[in-house]
Design a protein around this ligand. Structure first.
Ligand code: PLP
Length: 384
């Protein structure tokens, strides 16, 4: 079976994990956590980083740090893995789902602008959603599949309406927007290191920021809000959201190889583009001229009329050949888990959901395997 995406552990993972075992530093204390935080902060171009037990924990912490409260609203991508929307509900706030832009599939800034202008009003310097009467407090753009959102447009709106910006860069570590790393353009960036992300710690995440107060508060909240000192004093409710030294050891070894991974992913994407672009009814994955995608999961679109079958049928046929592929996430405005939340647009996300298929994107995918994937898709196309 050619897998969709699996970790590549061929650096110094074994050595660093052994070091944890040999020195007895397996839990929350130990040198690898700080070292991993520093390494990630450097890649993202942020001054500060706080490691967390998952990407979802980082998102939850970011919302708490930014003071998002029950009945506030947060504008979030409609087409994304569900974690950011769930995190919004953890703090009792409500997501407002923003449709994708058809060109690059990311949160559409034009829809954010029209929502803020036409569907909200200003009152005492606050942005109020006219329909729900709730206060809009933050933007949470999700850089899906490794491609950046149009951050200049979103940051301009955030400044105009005084909104916090929390970037979900879980799928886009190493991606660039006009040359700037994603995760460092908003007020807080969040990352995930679960098993299928660009680098993995088994499970884990990180919150990055260039604001010291933000990182200190985040660290405090993720360590049960324990006050400094020997006594166990807590002034508010905290969380056990720390990453262990063992996990961070994996992370340190993984991030040493990030450049290599990113180059590999870009090479995979270029080869898919080359091999697939002449197949009728197949649209290759877009990349904006202002973007350098990390191509986390290479994803194509199937036009069922022209190609001769739907993306779901193509998925099944490829599975029979031993090739694992995957659909995109159900748009969140359709998710039973988020019934009742508002959506702005939604038809682009619906189309992408219907037609997209992610292809094997493992760093270690061989050229031979990749050619087999390309040949298999070509062989299934309608003969004209
Ligand atoms: C993977 C992912 C997360 C969260 O990941 P965890 O599994 O909690 O580490 C959050 N947002 C997006 C967009 C993701 O793809």
């Amino acid at each position: 079976m050619i897998p969709l995406s699996e970790p590549t552990l061929q650096g110094r993972e074994w050595e660093y994990v052994k070091e944890c075992l040999d020195t007895n530093w397996v839990s929350y204390l130990g040198p690898f956590v700080t070292r991993f935080e520093k390494a990630v902060a450097k890649v993202v171009g942020a001054k500060e980083a706080v490691a967390t037990s998952s990407g979802t924990a980082a998102l939850h912490t970011a919302l708490l740090v930014k003071g998002i409260q029950p009945n506030d609203e947060v504008l979030v991508s409609d087409l994304t893995f569900i974690a950011p929307a769930n995190a919004i509900r953890y703090v009792g706030a409500w997501p407002v789902f923003i449709d994708a832009d058809p060109a690059y599939w990311q949160m559409d800034p034009a829809l954010v602008a029209s929502f803020l202008k036409n569907q909200c009003r200003m009152a005492h310097g606050m942005v109020i959603n006219k329909k729900t009467k709730r206060r809009v407090k933050a933007l949470m753009p999700v850089h899906i599949l490794g491609h950046p959102c149009d951050m200049d447009a979103l940051m301009t709106l955030a400044r105009r309406y005084k909104l916090s910006v929390i970037e979900d860069a879980s799928e886009a570590l190493g991606a660039l927007y006009h040359g700037s790393p994603v995760g460092s353009m908003g007020h807080i960036g969040c990352l995930s290191f679960n098993g299928n992300k660009t680098i993995t710690t088994g499970g884990g995440g990180m919150l990055v920021t260039s604001d010291r107060k933000t990182s200190h508060y985040a660290k405090y909240l993720t360590t049960q809000a324990k006050e400094a000192g020997d006594e166990y004093i807590h002034r508010q409710i905290g969380y056990n959201y720390r990453l262990t030294n063992l996990q961070a050891a994996l992370g340190c070894a993984q991030i040493e190889r990030l450049k290599f991974y990113l180059n590999k992913k870009r090479a995979l994407a270029a080869r898919y583009d080359e091999g697939l672009r002449t197949i009728p009814g197949i649209h290759t994955m877009p990349e904006a001229p202002w973007a350098k995608s990390s191509f986390w999961l290479y994803t194509l679109l199937v036009n069922p009329q022209r190609f001769g079958m739907t993306s779901r049928d193509l998925h099944k046929r490829l599975l029979k050949k031993g090739i694992e592929t995957r659909s995109l996430w159900q748009p969140l405005h359709r998710s039973p888990a988020h019934r009742g939340a508002m959506v702005v647009g939604g038809s682009v996300a619906d189309d992408l959901w219907r037609n997209a298929l992610s292809l094997p994107s493992t760093v270690n995918l061989t050229e031979k395997e990749q050619q087999f994937v390309i040949r298999s898709i070509r062989s299934l196309a309608r003969r004209l």
